[in-house]
Write a protein that binds this ligand. Structure first.
Ligand SMILES: Nc1nc2c(c(=O)[nH]1)N[C@H]1C(S)=C(S)[C@@H](COP(=O)(O)OP(=O)(O)OC[C@H]3O[C@@H](n4cnc5c(=O)[nH]c(N)nc54)[C@H](O)[C@@H]3O)O[C@H]1N2
Ligand SMILES: Nc1nc2c(c(=O)[nH]1)N[C@H]1C(S)=C(S)[C@@H](COP(=O)(O)OP(=O)(O)OC[C@H]3O[C@@H](n4cnc5c(=O)[nH]c(N)nc54)[C@H](O)[C@@H]3O)O[C@H]1N2
Ligand SMILES: [Mo]
Length: 594
């Protein structure tokens, strides 16, 4: 949501083989040793390292990634990354390490000479970083007090990033699951522009999404006639008072919803309760039958969400149907999903369920066009071969081999054509340039929470919130190696391999008389859970970490027994995207049982 204000789109990015050309790599809140992309990312990182690239990991935790790849781990307090980025920008411009030619040619908003006409000149990036208007230069000393990273360390990283070219600043997404997460995405992009690393092989257009080169043709011709949409994180709001939602809540495609949400079809998701924020609040809402009147859930397991279903549909696994597996985000291949058995018992493919519903509604032919899943897979293969890639296998070849790799002569570089030939390839922003200053954001006139340039904004439930006196620990969660979100939480062998436990620094544990392996209670005003604790210097003091995705398991008093982190998280959305701030939490921890 934030990135298009800078680059005009987030539908761009580089492929990981481009890292073989990088000399310096910052993995900012990125943990590919645990967090799986469908691509050999780790292998490319290892090659980059062998090639001599220096790798820095910035994360509140000393992650498996930091252990495997990092020359240096920089611990940082959650919600404060943008303060460090601001200070890096300050160092880069005051030491004249910035790429002025790049900024002049491609960017809007860096300095007073490159501002939109009807905006005060002192609203530029340079003016903000130097503190010309607010009187606060964004020095490393200023940032150190906020983010906890020593000023000289910030200086060193800023200098290394600016001088060692090409350099890739790659951002993970956890640091934007924060109250003001939009700033972190745009601030990363800004650093890549200050140093001229956008559109260059071995550089990286920070702030972009991830990009896969595995394209296939989807043989669906129907279009959803319903144009109204809400930010998915606000679904609970749309249940309570959807009819009052406006564009300010992210409502699109209509001025007004005609009804609150009364029916939910929850398919292949545990978002109905487990993965959404503030489980106790959601639970009350789901238990009130006057609100959502009808809930259908389709899943493979009796998940916490499944328990709220009026009708529970047993779905099929990918062993019971044909499919084409397209990798998530990255990966230059597609996989043939062969059906190995017929669906068991009453389990049915979702496609067949929907076809039957369409039948009752009298639109079956329109929905299926008479095609089965197998027909759709065959058509997809044939059309991909014909329309996209003549080397694509035939259906039988694809089925035999099981996988097809797309091949390319060179790495993909995000925004290369805009940088190589800007005349003919303007950025898709209103000005055609990279908008470090966004007039569209400026015009929203909410400068404190939605500034036109990326800025550090002191976060609610961050280290500067007075609430920290009552709840002194910042609580984050991460995507665990033993699960895909909540999927596989019920797998006992995986519990042996990587158990559900909370990380806590020895300093914080000692203050509370807590020892490694103790059962602790973690709580705030929204809820409470119990969990075993791992006391480890691998997490920054003042921060606690619980892997996200454990199945919500309340006892009769509502105390979660499994360590399901969303009993502690908040439904207050981020300022611009109205997205989840599930990593912005203050909590206290006490010993439950030694
Ligand atoms: N094994 C596995 N792989 C997955 C998934 C899974 O559930 N399991 N889920 C997939 C999905 S849908 C997604 S969206 C991606 C998620 O990808 P990401 O969001 O990038 O992954 P996370 O594990 O949430 O966070 C990455 C790192 O950021 C750190 N971090 C947390 N808060 C902050 C902060 O404020 N600042 C900084 N600098 N770092 C912070 C965490 O400690 C963690 O090590 O992963 C995908 N891959
Ligand atoms: N605190 C906190 N909360 C988070 C996050 C975080 O970092 N911290 N991350 C957020 C992110 S990035 C994401 S993407 C969401 C993910 O949240 P969800 O999208 O809800 O992901 P899962 O928990 O994996 O739920 C997928 C469900 O689909 C079922 N399933 C799998 N295959 C099939 C199938 O073929 N058919 C059917 N019918 N069912 C199937 C699985 O059994 C599982 O129950 O969580 C979000 N929530
Ligand atoms: Mo995700």
């Amino acid at each position: 949501m934030a990135t298009p204000y800078t680059y005009g789109t987030n539908n761009s990015g580089s492929s990981f083989d481009s890292l073989l050309h990088s000399k310096y790599i910052i993995l900012w809140g990125q943990n590919p040793s645990e967090m799986i992309f469908s691509t050999p990312y780790r292998e490319y990182l290892m090659h980059a390292k062998k090639n001599g690239a220096k790798i820095v990991v910035i994360d509140p935790r000393y992650t498996d990634t930091a252990i495997a790849f990092a020359d240096e781990w920089i611990p940082i307090l959650p919600t404060t990354d943008t303060a460090m980025m601001d200070a890096m920008g300050y160092v880069i411009i005051t030491e004249k390490l910035h790429d002025q030619a790049f900024l002049d040619k491609y960017c809007l908003g860096f300095d007073k000479d490159h501002m939109p006409d009807d905006v005060p000149k002192n609203e530029s990036v340079q003016s903000y970083l130097l503190g010309e208007k607010d009187g606060t230069p964004k020095t490393p000393e200023w940032a150190e007090k906020i983010c906890g990273v020593p000023a000289n360390k910030i200086r060193e990283i800023a200098r290394d990033y600016a001088k060692t070219k090409p350099a890739a600043l790659i951002q993970g997404w956890a640091a934007q699951r924060q109250a003001f997460g939009e700033q972190y995405m745009r601030a990363g992009a800004q650093l890549a522009c200050l140093t001229g690393n956008v559109g260059k092989l071995g550089g990286w257009a920070a702030g972009t999404g991830y990009w896969s080169r595995s394209e296939i043709v989807y043989p669906f011709s129907f279009e959803n006639p319903v144009k109204a949409s809400i930010p998915c994180f606000l679904w609970t709001k749309a249940v309570e008072n959807g009819t009052e939602m406006t564009a300010a809540d992210g409502l699109q495609g209509t001025d007004k919803l005609t009804s609150n949400i009364k029916m939910i079809f929850n398919m292949a998701g545990n978002m109905l309760i487990n993965q959404h924020a503030d489980i106790n609040k959601t639970r009350k809402l789901l238990e009130d039958e006057s609100k959502v009147e009808f809930i259908v859930v389709s899943d493979l397991f009796m998940t916490p969400s499944s328990k709220y279903a009026d009708i529970l549909l047993p779905g099929t696994t990918f062993f019971e149907r044909y499919d084409i597996g397209v990798p998530w985000c990255f990966g230059d291949y597609v996989i043939f999903g062969d059906k190995t058995i017929d669906p068991l018992y009453e389990c049915r493919n979702e496609y067949d369920v929907f076809a039957d519903i369409a039948d009752k509604l009298g639109i079956k032919d329109k929905f299926t066009e008479g095609k089965s899943i197998l027909d759709l897979v065959k058509e997809s293969v044939e059309r991909t071969k014909k329309e996209l890639d003549p080397n694509f296998p035939t259906f039988e070849e694809f089925r035999q081999k099981g996988v097809y790799h797309f091949t390319y002569d060179e790495p993909l570089v995000g925004f290369k054509k805009q940088i190589d030939d800007p005349e003919n390839n303007p950025f898709e922003t209103p000005s055609g340039k990279i908008e470090l200053f966004s007039k569209a954001l400026w015009d929203m006139d909410q400068h404190d929470e939605i500034p036109a340039i990326a800025k550090y904004i002191s976060s609610w439930e961050g280290p500067e919130d007075p609430l920290i006196k009552k709840y002194p620990l910042q609580l984050i969660s991460w995507h665990y190696k033993r699960r895909c979100h909540s999927t596989y939480d019920n797998q006992e062998w995986l519990e042996e391999a990587a158990k559900q436990e909370m990380w806590m620094n020895p300093k914080d544990a000692e203050k509370r008389g807590i020892k490694n392996g103790d059962l602790v209670k973690v709580y705030n005003d929204r809820g409470a859970l119990i969990i075993d604790v791992k006391v480890t210097p691998r997490i920054t003091p003042g921060v606690a970490g619980i892997p996200q995705g454990a199945w919500y398991t309340p006892d009769k008093n509502g105390l979660d027994q499994r360590g399901s982190v969303n009993v502690l998280t908040s439904q207050k959305p981020t300022a611009l995207a109205k997205a989840n701030p599930q990593l912005t939490n203050l909590v206290e921890v006490k010993k439950h049982r030694g």
